[in-house]
Design a protein. Structure first.
Length: 290
């Protein structure tokens, strides 16, 4: 319960904490109030939240919040239990806010766009500043779930959830659902000390395809985080053509030499360069377009 993600709305923190049991993010209710009201005073924001929660309840609008399970750092530096809302409840709160100040916040929170890819892509842009995955967790199944939940939370009801159905693409069937849990445990234990080991782990995770949708976009970010931690490198995806990448991935489950060559040729040490990261997201989502 200690994984914290931070996004910024008009330079105000909106903190979220990862719920491993339910594979989703919970957002600090007081942070949301502070952001919507542009209220710098933590106590005033907390008072307004308690008043608003009572008002909504009296109006028949019940927000499902979690209290006392999650702790956020207060202004005095101490961690205290606080109300937290999931994606659905944040949207409900904003839609029933007493004034129209929440409209802009809701647009920001939901990344208003007409397509799931459009909304998810905007979320992906904020990953660099989100401190999403703890470096000790890089390369784990949990970290991949966190990435997927971040990209697709509020867009897919299965965001962050390991699939329970068998799926296929073209003539290829990904890991059968009944064997997926064991397969993911084995992949997590794979070494990730060298470039070749990291690519092997990435290829196996692609074959496993743990989610119903959004696997490629999530695992490419997962791969970059491993490369960043272990080798001080990441992939400049703009240097890898779409057809070359897709063809290499198609054959990777039997021959990983092509994808290994493509990735090695696109490695860069610009691991903290925002332009490289943004281009990488653009290309990653471009790969998924039909």
């Amino acid at each position: 319960m200690s994984k914290i993600s931070i996004r910024f709305y008009n330079d105000r923190e909106v903190r979220a904490i990862w719920d491993e049991a339910n594979a989703k993010w919970w957002f600090s209710a007081i942070d949301i109030i502070s952001a919507i009201n542009n209220e710098p005073n933590y106590i005033k924001a907390g008072n307004y939240w308690r008043w608003l929660k009572k008002k909504l309840t009296s109006d028949g609008i019940q927000l499902v919040s979690v209290t006392h399970e999650f702790k956020f750092t207060a202004p005095d530096g101490k961690k205290r239990a606080a109300d937290a809302l999931d994606n659905e409840c944040v949207e409900t709160l904003a839609k029933h806010y007493p004034n129209n100040r929440a409209n802009a916040f809701l647009d920001w929170f939901t990344y208003s766009d007409n397509t799931i890819d459009g909304q998810s892509k905007k979320k992906a842009y904020t990953l660099m500043q989100s401190n999403l995955v703890n470096m000790e967790e890089v390369g784990t199944v949990k970290s991949l779930q966190q990435i997927h939940a971040y990209l697709f939370g509020g867009l897919y009801d299965f965001a962050g959830q390991i699939r329970t159905k068998t799926i296929s693409k073209g003539n290829f069937t990904f890991c059968l659902a009944q064997y997926l849990e064991n397969a993911l445990q084995q992949i997590e234990r794979m070494p990730q000390n060298t470039f070749d080991e990291i690519v092997d782990k990435y290829v196996e995770m692609n074959v496993a395809h743990p989610f119903m949708e959004g696997n490629g976009r999530s695992t490419r970010i997962w791969l970059d985080l491993i490369l960043k931690k272990q080798l001080g490198r990441c992939v400049d995806w703009s240097r890898i053509g779409k057809n070359d990448y897709l063809n290499a991935m198609i054959v990777s489950h039997t021959d990983s030499s092509s994808i290994r060559s493509l990735l090695r040729g696109a490695l860069t040490d610009k691991i903290n360069d925002r332009e490289t990261f943004m281009k990488g997201i653009d290309y990653s989502y471009y790969y998924e377009q039909e």
